[in-house]
Design a protein around this ligand. Structure first.
Ligand code: UDP
Ligand code: MG
Length: 315
């Protein structure tokens, strides 16, 4: 039977919280008005996640399981899951650590029935996250909104519901550098926030160390904006203007006042170091765009599915 709704859950080394997750999903499915399939994506876990998924999906047909050939990363695991969704009405994306309460599907579905295509979760509180993560996250959304052509609603993550038409559009977007919450904001349709309290991680630990977070945040800016490149142009124009004025000032002093302007050695050194820095940063910014072109032109698949369990059968 074709389900009305799907729930996509990326899993990377989530053995510790697996049963708690399945229990919550089972309770949700048994009480829900629409039929639901769960799409678990194993993102190359090296713990027992994979075998737990096998055991579950071979006996319970409501679970579709996808096994990627290696660890592709959170955003690609979600992408793989979305590509295999069979639901006729819509899909919800949640994390596998129960930080996003699956029960919010009820509110999402109500929105859907009222004509809202995309509902996204907005976090009211982030209890387990330290001061540092809260501050960086707050400023990330501010900076992102300033720099970018589309603004991602503050404190929204990938936790959301999308109608089938919205999902079809997202599935057709081939970009390699994936930032799903931004792509979701970009596609438009009728969107609405739904507030929720972000729970503490049910078990295990975060798979997003600082370095990964930084790379992820850069995608949020560079994938949706040409502002950084424009910024270089303006910086160059500004520096050139200053130097022309300075040249005029020097010539004026030499020919009219008969003085030779000398700013001294340290002044010169300062200017050289400053502008070397500016040039390297500018090169780096251009490099960010070149990198994205480089990876995109290879046209490699975004993820590789090694095997899949559908309707209790391994395919
Ligand atoms: N995840 C994944 N691949 C990765 C890293 C994470 O599929 O390479 C999954 C992870 O299992 C979890 C979700 O993505 O279900 C969110 O990760 P996590 O909870 O570690 O991120 P945080 O909530 O700390 O930002
Ligand atoms: Mg988490």
């Amino acid at each position: 039977m074709t389900p009305q709704l799907s729930i996509v859950v990326p899993l990377y080394n989530e053995e510790a919280g697996f049963f708690a997750l399945v229990e919550r999903l089972n309770t949700l499915m048994s009480n829900f008005e629409a039929s639901i399939e769960v799409v678990f994506v194993n993102d190359g876990s090296n713990d027992a996640t994979s075998s737990l998924m096998h055991q579950l999906a071979l006996t319970d047909k409501r679970y579709q399981c996808i096994f990627l050939s290696r660890n592709f990363g959170h955003q690609f695991a979600i992408t793989a899951g979305l590509s295999c969704v069979r639901a006729t009405e819509g899909v919800m994306i949640i994390d596998g650590d129960l930080q996003d309460p699956p029960e919010l599907l009820e509110k999402f579905y109500l929105n859907y029935k009222n004509g809202i295509d995309i509902s996204y979760g907005v976090r009211l509180m982030r209890p387990d996250e330290g001061f540092f993560k809260q501050i960086t996250s707050k400023y990330f959304y501010k900076i992102q909104a300033r720099f970018s052509n589309i603004s991602i609603p503050s404190n929204s993550g990938d936790f959301c519901f999308m109608s089938k038409p919205a999902l079809d559009v997202l599935n057709k977007m081939p970009e390699e550098s994936r930032f799903i919450r931004g792509m979701r904001a970009w596609i438009g349709f009728k969107q609405a926030p739904v507030e929720f309290e972000r729970q503490e991680r049910s078990a295990g630990e975060t798979k997003y160390p600082f370095k990964k977070m930084l790379k992820f945040a850069m995608n949020g800016i560079f994938n949706f904006s040409e502002t950084p490149i424009r910024f270089i142009t303006y910086l160059g124009l500004g520096a050139t203007t200053i130097s022309i004025f300075y040249l005029g000032y020097t010539l004026y002093k030499k020919f009219y006042l008969n003085e030779i302007v000398s700013s001294g050695f340290s002044g010169l050194l300062f200017a050289i170091i400053l502008f070397s820095g500016v040039q390297l940063i500018s090169l780096g910014i251009i490099g960010e765009y070149v990198l994205r072109i480089f990876f995109q032109t290879k046209q490699r698949p975004l993820f590789i599915i090694k095997s899949r369990i559908v309707d209790g059968d391994l395919v």
